[in-house]
Design a protein around this ligand. Structure first.
Ligand code: ZN
Length: 317
């Protein structure tokens, strides 16, 4: 009996399995709250350090990013120039700057008109800095991903953004980095390197668990893994972890693509019709918009000790 066809089929199957596991995944990276998502009062050198390290990690992994600015952060007496220069670093590194409103307000608390003002005021410096990159796709991200707590508000702002040339930036993976970051920054301030390392390790593991969840969930909606879009913040934790984080994604078979490219994945053409006071991931929005009801059980939470410390810090403010 000749086994060679069988062996050939086996080898082919194994190769295909390995390939789908290691070569087919795509991810866009988005980074919020530029120039810097700090914990309490922050000095400029800290912002410089975080900016330099995050950009170095993105460059090292050839990961293009869209980074969302809150221009209010530039208005620090005597620091306007220096803070604007930080944003210029992103542009010079090939990243796209997006609009995240002027002052990061909660759309649930604002009228349509107030929110429109926030959008307009939030694009002044960013559009100027990005002039050399025209034409480029304008992106907007709602603070907290609160896209409208009534259908009227949601649709009015969608139309306003579309008229101004903006696309709304979705995300499919979110890793509660702001929770880990608060605990991390407090540990750094206490010079508690043992806890700092523990936070970094927990953050990396948690992000991978959140990624695995998104990988398992998207085939239930679309019958395949979709291009993922990661949402993280410009903070100290990512300054110190992004290099490792991107390595871990690469080990899972991810190739980093622009958000423009991610948006070309047909899944991203699904219209988000969900009206909510919360800011869920687009996997949830797409699932609901398609009239499906798939359990989000298994969506991981950060470790309890991290959440406890975060809550303690919140209540002490
Ligand atoms: Zn934000």
């Amino acid at each position: 009996m000749n086994f060679s066809p069988l062996i050939a089929i086996l080898v082919f199957s194994v190769c295909m399995a390995v390939q789908t596991r290691t070569a087919d995944r795509k991810m866009a990276v988005t980074i919020d709250d530029l120039p810097y998502a700090g914990v309490g009062r922050t000095e400029l050198p800290q912002v410089h350090r975080a900016t330099d390290k995050i950009l170095a990690s993105l460059r090292a992994h050839r990961a293009p990013a869209v980074a969302f600015v809150n221009e209010e952060q530039l208005q620090v007496t005597g620091e306007l120039e220096a803070r604007t220069a930080l944003l210029r670093q992103w542009v010079d590194s090939g990243m796209i700057l997006g609009n995240h409103t002027y002052s990061h307000p909660d759309f649930n608390q604002l009228t349509i008109e107030q929110f429109e003002e926030e959008i307009l005021k939030g694009e002044v410096v960013t559009r100027r800095l990005m002039r050399s990159r025209r034409p480029y796709q304008l992106y907007f991200r709602h603070p907290m991903n609160h896209t409208g707590d009534t259908l009227a508000k949601k649709e009015a702002i969608e139309e306003y953004l579309s008229e101004r040339g903006y696309k709304i930036a979705p995300h499919t993976i979110e890793n509660s980095d702001f929770v880990f970051n608060a605990v991390y920054v407090l540990a750094l301030r206490d010079k508690d390197e043992v806890t700092a390392k523990r936070v970094r390790d927990a953050y990396l593991d948690f992000t991978m668990a959140a990624t695995e969840f998104a990988e398992r969930f998207s085939p239930q909606i679309f019958g395949r893994e979709v291009t993922q879009t990661l949402l993280i913040h410009a903070n100290d934790l990512n300054a110190d972890c992004l290099d490792d984080l991107l390595s871990r994604f690469a080990e899972r078979g991810y190739r980093f693509v622009t958000l423009d490219k991610a948006m070309k994945d047909p899944a991203y053409q699904t219209k988000d019709t969900l009206v909510s006071r919360m800011g869920p991931t687009w996997l949830w929005r797409w699932m609901k918009s398609k009239g499906m009801n798939i359990s989000f059980a298994g969506d991981p939470d950060p470790p309890q000790w991290v959440t406890d410390r975060y809550q303690k810090w919140l209540s002490s403010r």
